[in-house]
Design a protein around this ligand. Structure first.
Ligand code: ATP
Ligand code: MG
Length: 261
């Protein structure tokens, strides 16, 4: 399987008040095309920083990132614009425009690209149906539930024919039932639209439910990567320890209680 993203020795250092913060420290990862890739870690681990390098909101201090065969650092002009429509992001706090309706919010990325009104409308209608928001076209974000708001964010992210969906804590503002529904939606969209999904989360439950591959990030380092189905049965892995604490407790009493949210 080919990779959508290849990260080689990526580091990102911030300076704050004369101090260096190593938000990412020598991270190398392969994100295969068609995968549902989970990036899990506690607060401050560097997850959002990683995502911001992928969506070009920021640049690495060292190392390289490739999208298929193209180095992100080399993108410019039309290739850069094409990249930005192929790689879409759903943010934690949705970032919807409150003065615009659901349909207008979803059309916005097309409007910005100068797409005609008729095409915008038909594309938005298609996405509204895909995410199950029929009947809410004219509603405003304040009139929606958290789960519905999330659907608008997902539809908007996908309206310009994205190939990769990056989700930063896309589910953490939701209760657990709504989280499942949103994850089911992402899994279905991934199949229907042939997407690669990179999902950032604090939660190993989310990883176990939805992801094929996971990387655990701790203090800016990618400390464990593997297929979720293998790691779940590997008692020496972080994911395996979360999955079956009782069994592990008998063997490693001090490992229980670590990041089980
Ligand atoms: N623009 C910035 N300037 C300075 N430091 C930053 C900046 N962005 C992130 N950091 C620092 O980098 C580290 C990683 O932050 P990041 O936001 O990537 O963590 P995270 O894993 O997404 O955390 P959370 O789960 O809380 O969202 C933190 O120590 C953070 O304070
Ligand atoms: Mg974050």
């Amino acid at each position: 399987m080919s990779n959508v993203f290849t990260l080689e020795h990526v580091s990102k250092t911030f300076s704050r008040a004369g101090e260096s913060i190593h938000a990412l420290d020598d991270v190398s990862l392969d994100i295969p095309a068609g995968s549902f890739y989970g990036i899990v870690g506690t607060s401050g681990a560097g997850k959002s920083t990683l995502l911001r390098l992928l969506n070009l909101h920021d640049k690495p201090t060292a190392g390289s990132i490739r999208f298929h065969d193209t180095a992100l650092a080399d993108l410019q002009g039309p290739a850069l614009r094409a990249y930005l429509s192929k790689v879409a992001t759903v943010f934690q706090h949705f970032n919807l425009f409150h003065g615009k309706t659901v349909a207008e919010n979803i059309e916005l990325p097309l409007a910005v690209r100068g797409v005609s009104r008729a095409i915008r409308r038909s594309k938005a209608a298609e996405l509204i149906e895909l995410v199950g928001l029929q009947g809410k076209e004219r509603a405003y974000p304040s009139q929606l539930s958290g789960g519905q708001t999330q659907r608008v964010g997902i539809a908007r992210a996908l309206v310009a024919d994205a190939e990769v969906l990056l989700c930063d804590e896309a589910t953490s503002a939701l209760d657990s039932d709504t989280t499942m529904v949103v994850l089911d939606l992402l899994l279905r969209l991934k199949r229907q639209l042939n997407l690669t999904i990179v999902l950032i989360t604090h939660s190993w439950h989310v990883v176990r439910y939805a992801a094929d591959i996971v990387t655990l990030v701790q203090k800016g380092r990618a400390v464990e990567t593997g297929a979720v189905r293998d790691l779940l049965h590997d008692a020496d892995s972080w994911l395996g320890r979360q999955y079956c604490p009782r069994r592990i407790w008998a063997r490693h009493p001090r490992m229980v209680g670590f990041a089980t949210n």
